[in-house]
Design a protein around this ligand. Structure first.
Ligand code: 4AD
Ligand code: MG
Length: 479
C-alpha cells in the first residue's frame, strides 16, 4: 500500500479508509489487551496514535516496538476515543522496519535538555522541538526565495572560496592544499602562495556582498543566500563559525529605500511563519512558557506568537548612531555602571548589551540604527558629507540584538579608492570591485540578514546552536 504522510492523514481526517503509515515510534503504552503507539514521521509536530490488539500480533514484533524504532503499519482510520487527535489507526498489519535497542538508544520519551540533544545532533531530528525548528527553517528558506521572486530579484550564487576579505575583519578560514609541514617559501621567507592550488592566497567567504554587487550593476535587483564563514573566536549564543546569510543588493536604492526593504522583508518572513507554521510555533510557545514558569513574572518574556505579531504591528524606530549614543550615555545601566562596556563617548562600538537596551528597554520595538562612525564600519559604505559617518544601518531585534547589517554603498570611484588605500587594503585584489565604480556606477544599497539570527527570533530559541542542524563553533565540528 502507498504510504500516507501523517500530516495529510490528520488534515484529511477520513474515517473508514485503509492506510499505510510509516515512521518512528515516540512512545508505547500497553495494557492487557491493547497497545497504543504514538508514531511520528516528521511531516508534522503531531503524532498519529496506532492501536494494536496484542492478541492478534506476534509477541516478538510487539516487543520490538520501542522508542526510536521504525515501523510500518497498515490499518483503518477510526474516530479516536481518547487521544488528543480526532483520529487514530486500528492496526491490521505491522512491519518492524528498523529496531532501536532501548539499552542503547539515547532518546527517551521524556524531555531532554537542549545541551544533550546537541550532543546527539544526528538523532535530534526525532525530537519534537528540533522537528518543529526544522520545519520552520525550511519554511523560512522558501519564504526568502518567494519574497525576492515576487519582487523581481534574481538569485546569484556567489563563490564560497574567495581571494578577498569582504568585511575587512580578517576573521577568515584559509583554503589551501599546501602541506603545512612543508610550506614553500619565497626568497624573502614568506609562504609562496603561487605554489598553492589557486596560485594565490584564498579563504572561505565571510560574505557574498562584493560579488553580488557586481551582479547588481547589470541586473538591478539581486540577492545571494549562501553559507558564510567567520573564524571569530566568540563562543556566544548568537555566533556560529558557519552560518547562512541572505544578502540583497539593489541598484538605485539609497539608505531610506534600503531600510524600507529590510523592514518589509523581515515582516514578510514573520507573517509567513505565522501563516504556515502555526502548529510548530504553538508547540515552541508552550515549551517556552513551560520553561519560564519558574521565573518571576516581570522577568518572563512575551509569549512567542504575541511577540511575532507585535513586530508586525509596529513600525521599526529609525535612529541615528549619534542619537543612540546620547540615549545610552544617559541611561540607567550606564550611569550605574551596569553595562559591561560603558559608553563614554561618540565613536564607541555598540555591544549586544547596548543594542538590546535600546530595543527592549528604550524604544520597546525593533530599531534601525543608521549613520555610524566610519571608523567602526567596513570600507565600502557610503561616506557622508560630515566626513565622519557612513550611511550604515543595523537592524536590532529584541533578544537578538543585530539581526541585519547593511548600508548604502560608496559609488564614487575616487572616494572608494581613497578609503581602500587608507585602510591598507591591497588594491590589486580589489580591481574588479573598483571597476563597478569606474564603469556605469550607480547609487546602490544592500544588507545581510543572518539566517540563524532570524531563526532565533522566529522560534524563540535562546541558543543559535539549536536552530541550525549541524552547528560549527570554536572547538566543535562533530558530525
Ligand atoms: O553585519 P555583517 O558582518 O554584514 C555583512 O557581512 C555585510 N557584507 C552584509 C551586506 O551588507 N551585504 O553580517 C550580516 C549579518 C549580521 O547582522 C548577523 O545577523 C549575521 O550576519 N552574522 C552572524 N550570524 C551568526 N554567526 C555569526 N558569527 C555572525 N556574524 C554575522
Ligand atoms: Mg554587522
Amino acid at each position: 500500500m502507498k504510504r500516507t504522510e501523517i500530516k495529510t492523514l490528520l488534515q484529511e481526517n477520513a474515517v473508514g479508509v485503509e492506510v499505510n503509515v510509516r515512521g518512528w515510534v515516540r512512545t508505547k503504552r500497553a495494557s492487557k489487551n491493547v497497545a497504543f503507539v504514538a508514531l511520528n514521521d516528521g511531516s508534522t509536530i503531531h503524532n498519529i496514535q496506532i492501536v494494536l490488539d496484542v492478541n492478534v500480533f506476534d509477541k516478538n514484533d510487539l516487543a520490538k516496538i520501542t522508542t526510536g524504532a521504525a515501523i510500518s503499519v497498515d490499518g483503518e482510520v477510526v474516530a479516536s476515543q481518547g487521544s488528543v487527535q480526532s483520529i487514530e489507526i486500528n492496526a491490521k498489519r505491522l512491519e518492524i522496519l528498523g529496531e532501536a535497542n532501548p539499552d542503547e538508544y539515547p532518546l527517551q520519551p521524556k524531555k531532554h535538555s537542549l545541551e544533550f540533544l546537541r550532543e546527539i545532533a544526528h538523532l535530534r531530528f526525532r525530537s519534537s522541538t528540533f522537528g518543529a525548528i526544522t520545519r520552520i527553517r525550511h519554511s523560512m528558506i522558501f519564504a526568502v526565495h518567494q519574497y525576492f521572486t515576487m519582487h523581481g530579484f534574481f538569485n546569484i550564487h556567489t563563490p564560497i572560496i574567495t581571494g578577498s576579505d569582504a568585511e575587512g575583519a580578517g576573521e577568515m578560514f584559509h583554503v589551501s592544499t599546501l602541506d603545512p609541514n612543508h610550506l614553500p617559501k619565497t626568497e624573502t621567507g614568506e609562504i609562496d602562495y603561487s605554489k598553492d592550488f589557486f596560485g594565490k592566497e584564498t579563504n572561505l567567504t565571510v560574505s557574498g556582498q562584493l560579488e553580488v554587487e557586481t551582479a547588481m550593476a547589470g541586473m538591478s535587483k539581486v540577492y545571494t543566500f549562501g553559507p558564510t564563514f567567520r573564524a571569530e573566536n566568540s563562543n556566544t549564543s548568537r555566533h556560529l563559525a558557519e552560518f547562512w546569510m541572505i544578502e540583497p543588493e539593489v541598484a538605485f536604492n539609497d539608505l531610506i529605500d534600503n531600510m524600507d526593504l529590510a523592514e518589509d522583508f523581515l515582516k514578510y518572513l514573520i507573517q509567513y511563519a505565522l501563516d504556515h507554521n502555526s502548529d510548530d510555533l504553538q508547540f515552541l510557545s508552550n515549551r517556552l512558557q513551560e520553561e519560564e514558569k519558574g521565573k518571576p513574572e516581570d522577568q518572563r518574556s512575551m509569549e512567542l506568537i504575541e511577540k511575532l505579531k507585535f513586530v508586525l504591528e509596529n513600525e521599526f524606530a529609525r535612529v541615528t548612531y549619534t542619537e543612540a549614543i546620547e540615549i545610552l550615555k544617559n541611561s540607567k545601566p550606564n550611569k550605574k555602571k551596569k553595562f559591561q562596556y560603558l559608553i563614554e563617548e561618540w565613536g564607541a562600538d555598540l555591544q549586544s548589551e547596548h543594542e538590546r537596551f535600546l530595543v527592549e528597554k528604550h524604544f520597546q520595538k525593533p530599531v534601525i540604527l543608521i549613520d555610524y562612525p566610519a571608523s567602526i564600519k567596513a570600507f565600502y559604505m557610503k561616506q557622508s558629507e560630515d566626513g565622519k559617518t557612513v550611511r550604515a544601518m543595523d537592524v536590532l531585534f529584541p533578544q537578538i540584538g543585530e539581526i541585519i547589517g547593511g548600508s548604502q554603498r560608496e559609488e564614487n570611484y575616487q572616494k572608494l579608492k581613497r578609503r581602500i588605500t587608507e585602510l591598507g587594503i591591497p588594491e590589486k585584489e580589489m580591481w574588479w570591485y573598483l571597476d563597478t565604480r569606474k564603469f556605469g556606477t550607480v547609487v546602490h544599497s544592500g544588507f545581510g540578514l543572518g539566517f540563524e539570527r532570524l531563526m532565533l527570533f522566529v522560534t524563540g530559541m535562546g541558543n543559535i546552536r539549536d536552530v541550525i542542524p549541524f552547528p560549527r563553533t570554536p572547538q566543535n565540528a562533530e558530525f
